[in-house]
Design a binder for this molecule. Sequence first.
Ligand code: VG1
Ligand code: CO
Length: 544
Amino acid sequence: MQIETRNTTPYLDQKPGTSGLRKKVKIFMQENYLENFVQSVFDVLGDVQGKVLVLGGDGRYFNREALQIIIKMSAANGVGRLLIGKGGLLSTPAASCVIRKHHAHGGFILSASHNPGGPDEDFGIKYNVTNGGPAPESFTNAVYARSREISQYRIGAAPLIDLDSIGEFQAGPTTVQIIDAVEDYADLMEHLFDFKLISQALKAGSITLCFDAMHAITGPYAKRILEEQLGAPHGSVINGIPKEDFGGGHPDPNLVYAHELAELMMSPNAPMLGAASDGDGDRNMIMGARFFVTPSDSVAVLAANAHLLPGYRGGLRGVARSMPTSQALDRVAKAMGIDCYETPTGWKFFGNLLDAKKITLCGEESFGTGSDHVREKDGLWAVLFWLNLVAVKKQSVAEIVREHWKKFGRDYYSRHDYEGVDSTAAEGILALLNGQLAELPGKTFGHYTVEFADNFRYVDPVDGSVSENQGLRIVFTNGSRIVFRLSGTGTQGATVRIYFELYERDPQKHGQDTQAVLKELIDLAESLSEVKQRSGMDKPTVIT
Ligand code: VG1
Ligand code: CO
């Protein structure tokens, strides 16, 4: 194979965000744009001679073309073996699983997750390291620095690889192995959950299920595991065929975008469990019949009940949540006598805690839940967890959550997003708030007195690395909180996220409407931040 070293000029905007580099497809298709980023990763990795890398994506538009380029560049950079999911597909958690199981050096995951796909929409790429998790900030910062000075990249003249046939091909020094995208992941799930029990309940009809794959990556995984292995009736998985543009939808599992599922679950003939996942399969939404489980509650319920499931019978070492996620998980940890860590937003911050065996389970308010089994959040895992729980407890989803609230109290929780805000205006909103933080403590607004207000700074308890500027939080004396931060995954303008939380111990008051309960906090956040005037919007674009 002939190896070419090509000259290139740097792009200055290749800074990875919360989860990899995400841009419009058209930006990725610019000359050498993808090549520059991939070579920057190789340059930071150093010697990859003979090493194993994993490749796969969520199947969105440009996935196949990008993979062929990465194969040629891997060969030119001397990679020993590439493991690639058939069809160029691997869900994010499955990629993490494959990296760990096959002791790979790392892998590239091609996805822009819950962002829409298609020629005018989004594409993304991220590198995961040897533990199977997203590269830490020290690595992504080094890649960004490299991308700003890159002058050459290496590419091999390898033929196009047939991504659709399982088998091995040679590209220069690199063995390219196309693997079944689902098998390793399905094996792992079988070891964590009681497949026999779930299967009996599904076949007997004592548990009914609808899983909305949203025309994204989890279609093949859900069909294989839920329908073929566990015996859920054919048709339990809807929108199960992955499409390059996700069928024109927005593959984000929430009540707004997964509306087909949400409508079914709110109807009189709703199944017992409703679930959806996102573009790359790492998010999950859980619903019961006429009942929505907030992601913050979901991780707390899973933590409180984990010991009932085969994979977690030994108990939990500790738990963790991202800072804006509700404190429902903290209450469970306290009752169990285990540690609860608070990390910045983004899964990469859980990796060290998991590797150091400080935690077993973790989650984010953004529909992300996961455990020690891989180093990514895992959508289908969460669905299987709930299925197993419903089968063991022989209770409905709503009963399980209400019982949980009774025991621990309820954290009313909501996130308001203002999307597509002018970047300067968005920064102005955060700057305005930042300027007020010092004088807020002690002030009273209606029913709320500020206990403390700060700009969240994280010191990693394992390696001591520091991450500054991870969101502004206003914490009240009664434990309620308002958090403000800017999204790090968008590709157009800025998104301002405002998170609200209010704790209610009294079970008599657990049946109220969330937005109504949070109204006073919402009004306060809007007046302190001037978000409406400054964004020019009269309401949030998405409320979850
Ligand atoms: C969002 C979520 C964050 C999540 C990230 C990646 O980030 O808030 O919790 O880890 O997406 O998820 P941000 O910076 O936009 O708030 V995924 O499923 O898009 O990889
Ligand atoms: Co995702």
